[in-house]
Design a protein around this ligand. Structure first.
Ligand code: PMP
Ligand code: GLN
Length: 378
């Protein structure tokens, strides 16, 4: 077959989770919690089901959830989003990203992405005939270089995709980064796609600099979030996008024929649950505790830990343990040591390998301690 995506295989998250299961390894690869969400979320969802809310919701999402999202982003970011026209509920962030790219990127358009780049962006760009242009987040602090980004801009640049807090590196964009981005995109028609799925997971007193809080950028942006990350329900596949009405109108033209709508009772359950803001506001401290616990576990190991300012991922260099390329090392670690991780080079289009792997610490302390014991022994 004449593949549209000849270089694309199976996503690394599926590959490593399967290998972990096949080997009986502790799975610190794919990012998902191994603990349960709160019963209150399930109760609210069951209640919606029992009350007969089981048919198609409005195309953009149930009103209760869009209102709850509008209230959240107003409280957190001072964003004035109209729940009717400027918020759409999606089937997770992955669909939101794909739909946004399909809605705005034409054949031959260029899209600037930052490497290491989350693995769904470039296949989505190429599926619609766009071309990815790569800016670097440079090892070891993974900071953007705005002069490099300036040099990559062209009349064909249609979109820039940013991701902060950043998966896989755990780095953050700060206020100066958003200012630089605003300056670079001023007087252009570039659409910004801001992947903020880890918006509530930032550490050490840092603040998440949301594009939604930056009026100039927000005016040209689709901002993406995911309830999977925030409420420990990655398998529910529900997220949302924010955007000014002119952009949202285009987003919805595609969304309606892409998924049309998203699971009604789960939307209602989340809407009820998220009214208690402590549930998302408490997330940073919750995961900071896990980050610190996991870093202590690895303290006496031969892994060299890189900084982690946000997300639930910890990067580590393993050069003191092995000379293997990172993909081989990840497989060896899974098979022989019993801990599955993600090799970071898969997020670089040229396979550039810093010999760094990613651990997911969204796990119970017992899981992290068991992994720590194995990792200290090598
Ligand atoms: N973007 C990033 C940066 C992610 O880490 C993830 C999921 N881990 C997604 C998007 C996709 O989120 P969802 O599961 O809601 O589709
Ligand atoms: N985003 C999650 C991660 O980074 C995985 C999502 C997926 O499996 N597609 O691990």
């Amino acid at each position: 077959i004449d593949s549209k995506l000849p270089w694309v295989g199976t996503t690394i998250f599926t590959v490593m989770s399967k290998l972990a299961a096949d080997c009986g390894a502790i799975n610190l690869s794919q990012g998902f919690p191994d603990f349960q969400a709160e019963a209150a979320l399930f109760d609210a969802t069951l209640q919606a089901m029992s009350a007969g809310r089981n048919q198609y919701p409005p195309m953009a999402g149930v009103a209760e959830l869009r209102t709850a999202i509008a209230d959240k982003v107003a409280a957190l970011y001072g964003a004035d989003c109209d729940a009717e026209d400027e918020i759409t509920v999606t089937a997770g962030a992955t669909q939101a990203i794909f739909t946004a790219i399909a809605a705005f990127v034409r054949g031959g358009d260029e899209v600037i992405v930052f490497e290491p780049v989350y693995d769904s962006y470039v296949p989505a760009i190429e599926t619609v005939g766009g071309k990815a242009v790569y800016a670097a987040l440079r090892f070891p602090d993974y900071r953007p270089d705005w002069e490099q980004v300036r040099s990559l801009l062209s009349p064909r640049t249609r979109m820039i995709i940013i991701n902060s807090p950043h998966n896989p590196t755990g780095s953050l964009f700060d206020a100066d980064d958003l200012a630089a981005l605003a300056e670079l995109t001023r007087d252009t028609n570039i659409v910004l796609l801001a992947d903020e799925v880890y918006e509530h997971i930032v550490f050490d007193g840092a603040r998440h600099e949301s594009v939604a809080a930056h009026p100039e950028l927000a005016a040209r942006s689709i901002v993406v979030s995911s309830f999977g990350k925030t409420y420990h329900i990655t398998g529910w596949k529900i997220g949302y996008v924010l955007g000014p009405r002119e952009l949202m109108r285009e987003f919805r033209k595609v969304h309606q024929f892409n998924v049309f709508t998203v699971n009604t009772p789960c939307q209602l359950g989340i809407a009820e649950y998220m009214r208690d803001a402590s549930r998302h506001l408490g997330l940073a401290a919750f995961y900071e505790g896990k980050r610190d616990f996991f870093r202590r576990q690895l303290g006496a190991s031969r892994f060299e830990l890189l900084p982690c300012r946000g997300t639930y991922f910890q990067l580590a260099r393993y050069g003191a343990i092995s000379d293997l390329p990172d993909q081989e090392f990840a497989r060896w670690l899974t098979r022989e040591v019993g801990v599955a991780v993600i090799p970071v080079s898969v997020f670089n289009h040229d396979g550039h390998d810093e010999r760094v792997v990613r651990f997911c610490f969204a796990k119970q302390e017992a899981t992290l301690a068991a992994a720590g014991e194995r990792l200290r022994a090598i």
